[in-house]
Write a protein that binds this ligand. Structure first.
Ligand SMILES: *[C@@H]1O[C@H](CO)[C@@H](O)[C@H](O)[C@H]1NC(C)=O
Ligand SMILES: *[C@@H]1O[C@H](CO)[C@@H](O)[C@H](O)[C@H]1NC(C)=O
Ligand SMILES: *[C@@H]1O[C@H](CO)[C@@H](O)[C@H](O)[C@H]1NC(C)=O
Length: 782
């Protein structure tokens, strides 16, 4: 059976690519890594050398170098045909050629400008004096520098170590930077090489943000105190980022067509050369091996230079294996709820109340009045301009018949087009309100939006109640009615945190021995700065302007961790990026504010390590973790060796020749000194089901302290830790221990797997250092 689907795939590509090969060969962008130090002296610069290499393999004269790279990566990017790429690869100084991937923002908002389908939001916290000499580099859609969140009052001079600059561009003079935004650069070469010249009436050729995402994420990481802050009256209070005095350096790489790898790598290169302390990246794509993954490569170079990199896990949840940005040297951040929400309930004509959420802030429906309600997917009525039942239920542009919806509340199914666009479509067709209903696939996860008309979002179960109420009305010839009751902002919501439905989940598709995501942080309904260029719904017709906006997504969770990392680095300047990540992970918690195990929003069940990794970040505890699991560049090389990367591929990532002979002796990829433990057992008949992990902890707490272990073994397993006591005599001292995991053979049907989790906890009576231990047993198909 197996060859059959394979054949279909081959044929599919064959038939679709055939017509292209008869015309001009298609060029695409490649990122080329070169042996940097073998530049012949006749070339004055590396760029001259790269140009000469290019002209040797191609007859066309139009080979433009898009970017050259010389900090986290050595080489350049350019557009090539497949044949040219193959010829270039043959040159002795060319190490590798990586085809470009186009990335998306990890938000379910702002698709109008970016042509994307995912969404996001943000939060607030308190100011410390930490962070004022730290620089957070935000690789995103740019920034709206005039926002109050970016004022530089009472900030000291720009840190002396800073080597970056404020690059002027369209509507962004060099004076747009201040002592808060100390750097601003933009990279569009890769975007324009593929998508053509940017449309400068819709986009700024500068670091100015025409989308909103980058302004939002930057202010989550490092926004100043702004009071009062709110969006259309919701979430009133003081807005502040995680590190309110940290400096921001903005690297704009995302444009209408997406975020292009060649530009992202240029941004990493610039950020590290400029001297940032933290890189925040709320962008991602498909998971590929690390030597083909420009984010993994750029992040490695950054980490090697002591720069902490946090990246969003992605919004592909709640399905398993959806997590992205999974390299072990990246902090991979999922999203949780906070104890605030925005209830807006649907009241039906039969008296039933369906709970929903909304941050709609305009003129409301008349209190006490019931309005006719229709389902956009009700067959013949739905089809406006050729809309069928399917597309009209989604309220796609042009799919609603004004005769059918005028003056009514319209129920739209979630999916395909952006939530903000659905509101716009209903309003345009004359609808008076909208109920956005989840389908089975969306589950119960809800995102509050500031729609252009009175609207609320309801879960799949509530959505079905509403849809059948309307269908029953049609049968009994009675008129279904409804209204939406907006209840404003509710605080102290319990339980919280809950893992957000959309938050991408493990296991780690590239390295199952490394548990991902690493942590979760607030990512649902987060208030943060917003540009003047875009209305809060993100829709083109939304002419409202707000200083702040409320968004949801792992895009919003990531900059929380970026800001916290800056604070931790300010408090502990000698900590490596791995030590900072360890502190955040071993102090993370997995219970909610009711004292119960954290739940999963998608199904209301208890969540697992594949949903939250080590747990939800706990900033104050992370300041004083007691012990850290540190990792050096050499450890990562050993990890790559043990993950069966070739020495050539390792060099692409690390820029160094790897010697894998020692690493292979040291064992397996699970031996990377990671703060979490993940074992994967393949069940081949009578296989011995045991493995071990070697770990090293560094004392960063009290000089003389004795840590004792508590083992919470995964169900049905025997776990031993040797030694079970670690007596430290000084700060900075490192001690090793060995964890052995044994399990009896479990009968599993072919292709199925079983996951069990527990934990290893070290404590000196004052600090609690927790590492989750997850064991996956898989039965292969054959
Ligand atoms: C640029 O965008 C504007 C606004 O959408 C549009 O009217 C114009 O035709 C576009 N220009 C080009 C060259 O595509
Ligand atoms: C979640 O709970 C439901 C019942 O409430 C159950 O049917 C389902 O199997 C559970 N899902 C998981 C993944 O445990
Ligand atoms: C690497 O290859 C060896 C030998 O084929 C295999 O036993 C091991 O499981 C592989 N490791 C990984 C992480 O793929």
């Amino acid at each position: 059976m197996a060859p059959f689907p394979y054949l279909i795939i081959l044929l599919f590509f064959y038939t679709t690519t055939l017509p292209l090969s008869t015309s001009t060969p298609q060029k695409q962008t490649f990122i080329i890594q070169v042996q940097h130090n073998s530049k012949p002296s006749i070339f004055p610069t590396h760029k001259n050398w790269y140009e000469s290499s290019l002209s040797s393999i191609t007859k066309t004269t139009s080979n433009n170098i898009i970017h050259t790279y010389d900090t986290v990566f050595h080489g350049f990017s350019t557009k090539l045909t497949q044949l040219e790429a193959q010829n270039l690869q043959k040159l002795s100084h060319v190490i590798t050629i990586i085809p470009e991937q186009i990335r998306t923002l990890h938000t379910t908002r702002s698709p109008e400008f970016l042509g994307l389908k995912t969404a996001a939001k943000t939060g607030l916290l308190h100011e410390t004096d930490f962070g004022s000499d730290l620089v957070i580099g935000v690789i995103d859609t740019g920034i709206w520098p005039e926002r109050q969140s970016f004022n530089d009052r009472e900030l000291g001079p720009v840190p002396a170590k800073w080597k970056g600059s404020c690059v002027a561009g369209k509507d962004f003079p060099a004076t747009a930077c201040n002592r808060k935004i100390i750097g601003a650069k933009y990279f569009s070469g890769g975007y324009e090489a593929t998508s053509g010249k940017m449309n400068e009436t819709t986009e700024f050729r500068s670091a100015r943000d025409s989308d909103g995402h980058g302004t939002h994420t930057a202010s989550i990481a490092a926004g100043r105190y702004v009071s009062p802050a709110s969006t259309l009256g919701y979430a009133k209070g003081v807005a502040a980022g995680m590190a309110p005095k940290a400096r921001l350096a903005v690297y704009k790489v995302c444009w209408t067509g997406g975020c292009f790898d060649s530009d992202i790598l240029a941004a990493f290169d610039a950020a590290v050369a400029d001297g940032v302390d933290v890189v925040s990246l709320s962008v991602g794509g498909v998971v590929v091996p690390y030597h083909l993954d420009v984010i993994a490569i750029g992040a490695f170079g950054a980490s090697d230079a002591g720069v902490f990199v946090s990246a969003s896990a992605g919004n592909g949840g709640p399905g398993e294996l959806t997590v992205t940005n999974v390299a072990p040297w990246v902090a991979t951040v999922g999203a949780g709820t906070i104890d605030r929400d925005f209830p807006a309930d649907v009241k039906l004509g039969n008296g039933k109340i369906i709970s929903g959420v909304s941050i709609y802030g305009g003129p409301s429906l008349t209190p006490g009045r019931m309005y006719p309600v229709v389902y956009a997917g009700s067959g013949e009525h739905g089809g406006g301009e050729g809309g069928d039942g399917y597309s009209s239920s989604l309220c796609l542009a042009g799919s609603l018949d004004p005769k059918f919806v005028k003056g009514k509340i319209v129920v739209c199914d979630r999916g395909i087009n952006s939530r903000g666009d659905k509101g716009e479509v209903v309003k345009k067709a004359g609808g008076i309100g909208m109920i956005l209903a989840n389908g089975v696939f969306d589950g119960e996860g809800l995102v509050a939006d500031s729609h252009v008309l009175p609207a609320t979002a309801v879960g799949a179960i509530g959505g079905d109640v509403i849809r059948s109420y309307i269908a029953d009305g049609a049968k009994s010839r009675s008129l279904p009615t409804a209204t939406i009751v907006f209840k404003g902002t509710r605080l102290g919501v319990r339980p919280a945190p809950v893992v957000a439905s959309f938050s991408a989940r493990g296991p780690n598709p590239e390295s199952p021995e490394i548990l991902k995501p690493d942590v979760i942080a607030p990512g649902l309904n987060i208030l943060a700065a917003w540009p003047d260029r875009v209305g809060p719904s993100g829709s083109a017709s939304d002419h409202r302007r707000t200083e702040f906006n409320i968004l949801s997504g792992t895009s919003m969770a990531c900059p929380h961790v970026s800001g916290l990392a800056a604070l931790l680095k300010a408090a502990h300047p000698d900590w490596s990026p791995a030590a900072i990540k360890s502190a955040l992970m071993t102090t993370a918690y997995t219970v909610d504010n009711k004292g119960d195990r954290m739940l999963d929003e998608s199904n209301g069940n208890v969540s697992s390590v594949f949903d939250y990794g080590a747990g939800h970040v706990h900033p104050e505890k992370a300041l004083d973790p007691g012990l850290v699991y540190d990792i050096s560049v050499y450890d990562y090389v050993d990890f790559l060796c043990n993950s069966n990367y070739t020495t050539t591929n390792i060099k692409v990532i690390t820029r160094k020749i790897a010697d894998c002979s020692n690493a292979k002796k040291a064992g397996h990829s699970g031996n990377l000194n990671y703060p979490t433990l993940s074992a994967v057992f393949q069940q081949y008949g009578k296989h011995k089901m045991s493995t071990h992990f070697i770990r090293t902890v560094t004392n960063v707490g009290d000089p003389k302290s004795v840590y004792k272990v508590t083992i919470n073994p995964p169900e049905g397993m025997v776990v031993t830790v040797k030694p079970d006591m670690l007596p430290f005599r000084r700060v900075g001292q490192k001690l090793n221990f060995l964890v052995r995991v044994q399990t009896r053979e479990v009968k599993l049907s072919p292709g199925s797997s079983l996951v069990k989790s527990g934990s290893i906890v070290w404590s000196d009576g004052k600090h609690i250092v927790t590492s989750p231990l997850v064991v996956t047993m898989q039965q292969p198909l054959d």
